[in-house]
Design a protein around this ligand. Sequence first.
Ligand SMILES: Cc1ncc(COP(=O)(O)O)c(C=O)c1O
Length: 298
Amino acid sequence: MESKKIFLSSPHMSEEGYEQEYIKEAFDTNWVAPLGENVNKFEEEIAKYVGSKHAAALSAGTAAIHMAFKAIGVEKGDIVFCQALTFSATVNPIIYQNGTPVFIDSEKETWNMDPKALEKAFEKYPNPKAVIVVHLYGTPAKIDEIKKICDKHKVPLVEDAAESLGTIYKGRQTGTIGKYGIYSFNGNKIITTSGGGMLVSDDEERIAKVRFWSTQAREKERHYEHKEIGYNYRMSNIVAGIGRGQLKVLDKRIAKKREIYETYKKGFSDIKEIEMRTRARRNKTKSLVISNFNKRKF
Ligand SMILES: Cc1ncc(COP(=O)(O)O)c(C=O)c1O
């Protein structure tokens, strides 16, 4: 018997074919590589959508996290506080920079970094170089409290918003509250470019520096000159074209998530062991987390 596989969050290109229009334009003008109009515009459009001043389009969300740590200056021996419940890509870039991750446990309400555990970590390790929080499954962390603690200790906060593009927390998009925010456009994200990521920040100088590092740190000379270690982390003009097309249907995808949420809520309404979480909001909609912790109030 043929098995019917249901994919988890498979890519969903626009019904209108927007992505192909941008790709065609890149082909027609021969701006296939390396950079080009689509990359510049995709950065501008994402920055505008989330309400950040600047954005750097990169090859992956992981690359964006790496560049955030490099921009902060994480180096050998530096401690970085990192959310414990997450995908490994949140923590790997700490190691790329030869830093030491210290894992902070999650709280039960959002499954994200527990502000109380974070406070405790500061007592034990008073001088971390950075904190990285995650908005796992699109549910925002208790970011107000976490930001307040980071500000008190004067430590920069990175938001791993790889899974939460479009999630609004008290009127602000996740990814724009800390010093740096990152988004992922890999195949299972709410919009995809096949693979890609974005680093956002209000710090123009640091974002420019990230673009420099991500294009092999090549100095502005006619010959090849390099004074720093560089990376090949930039997004291509074709990939950015897919992103521009996908961005046009992001609100539609969010509305669909809401519809799915309501379907589950209705379907599970008479099963008391399943409680639907309603606090998180994706663009004024509710994001879905099924919790099996009965009798909890959200
Ligand atoms: C929480 C989280 N952080 C980071 C990443 C890394 O993103 P990418 O796959 O684009 O490198 C992902 C994606 O899987 C993720 O879910």
